[in-house]
Design a protein around this ligand. Structure first.
Ligand code: ZN
Length: 117
């Protein structure tokens, strides 16, 4: 599988836990369970193989989508995305920090008429 961006994981686990809390909301899981798995991964260079079977399920369910599969919100909603509908992983930290989820194509499209975000 793709390598985990540890800086991004650190951001989600330590700097701004709202995204994990939102992902967990309405499920049987507790935020601290997911945060615990995230912390474990940070302590072990993101080596998913060291997780227990149960932790791997938690990772797949909550952390993997936040780290690898984030929908682009396009120029005015997901249906207006100019790319493939997903934000590229190299942009994700910027997205979480700004709360603006746009892929490269959408950023390029808006660069001309918006000030730096
Ligand atoms: Zn897009």
């Amino acid at each position: 599988m793709e390598e985990i961006d540890l800086n991004l994981l650190d951001y989600l686990v330590n700097a701004d836990t709202d995204y994990i809390k939102a992902a967990v909301a309405g499920t049987q899981y507790l935020p601290r369970t997911v945060l615990g798995v995230g912390t474990f991964l940070l302590d072990h260079d993101g080596d998913v193989n060291l997780l227990t079977a149960k932790q791997q399920v938690t990772f797949e369910k909550f952390l993997k989508p936040l780290l690898f599969h984030v929908a682009c919100q396009g120029l005015a909603g997901p249906e207006t995305c100019m790319g493939n509908g997903q934000v590229e992983t190299d942009l994700l930290r910027k997205c979480y920090q700004s709360n603006i989820f746009r892929c490269h194509a959408c950023r390029t499209a808006t660069a001309a008429n918006t000030i730096e975000e």
